[in-house]
Design a binder for this molecule. Structure first.
Ligand code: FES
Length: 159
């Protein structure tokens, strides 16, 4: 893990300070760090562990356990594909396969141009319109592989 730069130190210190005195504040602090930095970089682990009197392994374990936390800043478009039951039953796997082919990345990764990050999520609360995806917080239902290709073309045009 590399040395944290000033911004990472400042963000971690601010988040720790805001949640000082809470019981088990690690998750709240991690959310705050990701909100500010777009991710929880590896270099944030050591100062977080020091501030909370935890081991680095403990902090790293929590960060890697939750899909929500990212180790690197996401692309301009964060595309979350639902893998939960209702979407699976409506062939979400075909949409996911098309997404990976079209963008040339695996789930949890960002395209080389930094444009699109693909993430798996487990229910977007839009089960009646499965398969569902969310793009930068905007929900899309009945996303077939063909519809996904149309959306991807739109992201490509918005440079
Ligand atoms: S199962 Fe996909 S939105 Fe609920």
């Amino acid at each position: 893990m590399s040395e944290p730069d000033d911004k990472v130190r400042r963000v971690v210190a601010g988040a720790v300070q805001r949640h000082a005195g809470e019981n088990g504040p690690l998750l709240e602090i991690l959310h705050a760090v990701q909100n500010e930095l777009g991710c929880v970089p590896g270099e944030a682990i050591a100062p977080l562990a020091d501030a909370l009197n935890l081991s680095r392994a403990e902090v790293h374990g929590v960060v890697s356990f939750y899909h929500h936390f990212r180790a690197a800043a996401p692309g301009r478009y964060v595309v979350q594909l639902c893998r939960a039951e209702a979407c699976q039953s409506m062939n979400a796997q075909a949409t996911e396969t098309r997404a990976r082919e079209l963008l040339g990345v695996d789930m949890g990764s960002t395209t080389a141009d930094g444009r699109v990050t693909l993430e798996a999520v487990y229910c977007l609360g839009n089960c009646a319109c499965a398969p569902s995806i969310m793009v930068n917080g905007e929900l899309h239902g009945r996303v077939t592989p063909e519809r996904f290709a149309e959306l991807a073309a739109e992201w490509g045009q918005r440079s």
